[in-house]
Design a protein around this ligand. Structure first.
Ligand code: SF4
Length: 75
């Protein structure tokens, strides 16, 4: 019975997920955690709390790499 519940689980049954801006990439996280560990609450993870940080860090890294590539060599 738990397996059927797990197989048919989807994040659209949670109001938090329906209102969440990262739902398209997160899709509710781990269904097992949401159902059995968090007792029917979504298992929010890094998508919700770290996505903006990851995107900003990547942007700055790429920007710095491009800036370094344009500098003349100092020898
Ligand atoms: S971050 Fe949390 S609320 Fe948002 S979609 Fe994922 S599990 Fe649902």
């Amino acid at each position: 019975m738990r397996e059927i519940r797990w197989l048919t689980w989807e994040p659209f049954e949670y109001a938090d997920c329906l209102a969440c801006k990262v739902l398209p990439v997160c899709m509710g996280g781990c269904g097992y955690r949401a159902m059995f560990v968090n007792k029917d609450r979504p298992a929010c993870g890094e998508w919700k709390y770290s996505l903006e940080h990851y995107v900003r860090a990547r942007y700055h890294r790429e920007k710095n790499l491009k800036a370094e590539a344009k500098l003349p060599e100092m020898v």
